[in-house]
Design a protein around this ligand. Sequence first.
Ligand code: GLA
Length: 699
Amino acid sequence: MSTVRDIRCWTLQDQRQSLILAAHGTDLAEIIYWGPRLPDGTDLEMLVAAARMDVTGGMLDAVPPLSICPEARRSFPGQPGLSLTNSAGEALLPRFTFERAEEDDQTLTLLYHDAKNGLRYRARFELALATGMIRATASLTSEQPVSVSWLSAPVFPAPQNSHEMIDFHGRWIGEFQTSRTPWSAGARLRDNPTGRTGHEHFPGLIVPCTGATNSQGSAYAFHYGWSGGHKMLAEELPDGRRQIQWGHATGSRRSPGTQFETAPLYAVFSDQGINGCAIAFQRHLRDKILQPPAPARPRPVHYNCWEAVYFDHDHATLCDIASRAAALGAERFVLDDGWFGRRDDDTTSLGDWTIDRRKYPDGLMPLINHVHAEGMTFGIWFEPEMINPDSDLFRTHPDWVLGDPDQVLGRQQMVLNIALPEVQAYLYERISAVLADHPIDYVKWDHNRVLPEPDSAQAEAIYVLFDRLRADFPTVEFESCSSGGGRIDFGILSRTHRVWLSDSNDPLERLRIQHEAALFLPMVVTGSHVGPRKCHTSGRETDIRLRAWVAAQRHMGFEMDPRELTEEEADVLRQVTRWWKGNRHWTERADILRLDSDDPAVIAELQRAVDGSRFVAFAGLSAASAQILPRPLRLTGLEPGTLYEISLLNRDDAPGLSRGSPLLKTETARLSGQYLMHQGITLPWTFPQSIWVIEGTRL
Ligand code: GLA
């Protein structure tokens, strides 16, 4: 901290950025600068003075600070950072006074007190030097119980040189769709009442500065790491300043209390385009948040039986499928829904976590033994937070349900009130019994409906249950599934290891979803499976090459019935799987860079090894191009002055209609990074719904 003429300043910085906070007297601090690193020895007094804004007619006589928690009682002209009432239901308008700061190179904690209302506010910033990620949290402590309808994580300003913001919406089998909203007076509000992260509300925001693309320009990005539903507010004030607030969804903090904390807000600045933000999120999640079981092991190729058999579990069929999956290259077999209670369809048995003896008369061990004999490990599906009205559990404990008895069902099910200790205890006992009795190394943990009402206690309780299971079964990996990508966030991913990105195994849908999700998610957590020839969720038939390569972009698996594969299809799948296994030692740690394709029909990315020595690029032609020949594909993230050897890995896939002789169709090319990034690669013509795979090595 530096104090100059009653102004306090704090700086957090790394090579990429400086984050500077300042405050007058004992006021709450304000972020006065966040952007490229400022020169050493920057005069902070001058910075504060230089940031001072004018006052004109029709305004107050001073500009109220856009602090880390804007206070309503200081005439702040926008949404305050905190809204609360006392036990009499009266609104409290806090006014905080600086108490002290705690800081070191990477963290800054600011503590404030409001003596009149008996409140303490704390903001904490932590800069991860290895990833450039800022993790910010806010907490509030009260001497008397209060009800908090809104507590924002520390408030960040948004840049003025930005025309639009990008946030996310989506749906089942259509996750990670982007909305671009122009900045204008007033607020863009995303308030998620569903009680889970949701397909509809991935908690991310990107604020590109004017002219920024994936590969160039400056951008800011945010992610709220919380699984219980968030609220985001991006507001332009009447004076033109812009603020960004994140916290739990409105009304989801149901009980009065004396202690409140936000989830972590992850914030990143990049001067390397939007990809710079994406890389920071990917690396931070992979290296700082994920807690993989020790010792580290490569991601195994999955086989998941859901789309092959659904609820129809037959021992001989499953063994046959398992053997075929292993022969294709699978290394882990995941038994999906249908093994417990009397679960013959999705109307029954959630909650009854005992093995269905009709389907498994000798228990699960015969199947597990078979899977092991084929050289695979064994994983299993649970949906612990749910209950079907048609279940023994419901018949015994109807009072364990969250919400009203006459609520609308979702997939014929209700949600258990996990915050009840007896429900926690029951679920822990049931799940741990299955895990303790069987050699299981993977749990696919599902969550197939929204909550009947917002309740943050539910997400808190599920974190507790996960933490307990993780501690007691440290070698088991968990997957976060929620009808596909309904619960993807850094909160759940600090307890789990993989997400089921989407129930869509349609490679064209997947190509897009994976492309957008790479803004936040690295390859190691992003499950992607080769689906059936005719997709069960889109009805579209696609070639095995496209299906296999799209799955090979991420954590690869299979989900089709292997009995449907022709010999040729099986051959292709074996080859691609072999490639994936042969490369995962570096792709698992690669940065995924989204390419700015000059053809809107092409969705393309480049995965670059951490040391920059090699890359693989995927260019998926999602539809027919407007022009007849492919536009060159411009790469990114390479060293301009370095030569790369480039080859088209799947050049044999060029169709007969490609009659010319572009170099890569028959040979490798040696080209500089400069050429590849500015001019791009000339690819052969190909069919829509196909994909090129380009390998590059630094010479
Ligand atoms: C959800 C999941 C699917 C599958 C089914 C089983 O829809 O997203 O992958 O596990 O449940 O019922």
